[in-house]
Design a protein around this ligand. Sequence first.
Ligand code: NAD
Length: 234
Amino acid sequence: MEHPTALVTGATSGIGLSVARGLLEKGYFVLMTGRNEEALDQEKSRARSRGRSIETLVCDLSRQKDVETLIEVTRAAFQDKVDILVNNAGIATFASIEETTPEEFDHIISVNLRSPYLLSRAILPLMKAQKEGLIVNISSVAGIDAWSGTSLYSMTKFALRGLTGSLLAEGAPFGVKAVAICPGYVATPLVAGAPVRLEEMIQPEDILKTILYLKDLSPAAVTGDIVMKRLGGL
Ligand code: NAD
């Protein structure tokens, strides 16, 4: 491949959009996935007009068939060479345990946990074969602590850190790294209505910078999970 490659999920909004655009600017061939076809088409035109290498795929990650298609498209576009996988797509449900439903449980698990598992399961062997690669799972401070009303979200974000630990342990002998990034409030549509002003939140670009920093480390260096807090709070 002429360019390093990156697959970014949930790339039409918030953190994923910032990460995908930033990696494109750094010369990565980026496969952006999301559910919003119009937004993906716009990003494709924008990137190509700037001479960037981009592919897009509309994909609902709660559906296993869509994830399987995404894996096939990624392998074909990148010719089986994946440098960075960013499992970013996610949803949040905030309600007391009694107010949540088993259907909501299944849905949030499918998006926030099952799809990163399926994608990592497919991409890890490719990275092991090429003897390098970075898998970034976007967890949360709610994956370190749980609070009243965060049960479903916290369950998925704690578990994502568990997946990351095993990916790192199994990838390390092959030069493959895995890190969970656990931010507090990031200024994206996900936290619209939060009791914190947007300008006082972590910015999506801070997650991009963290991924670029991880990628810049020497081959033997890796961080543990990265907890990024808002100055003076979560
Ligand atoms: P966002 O709502 O702007 O972006 C979420 C993305 O996930 C969107 O592109 C959305 O389309 C995608 N997505 C949701 N359901 C999907 C599905 N079924 N199939 C495919 N894509 C789907 O929010 P964000 O803040 O950018 O969130 C990105 C990640 O960061 C999430 O995993 C979130 O849990 C995590 N996170 C966010 C914050 C925050 O404060 N914003 C803090 C910690 C962690």
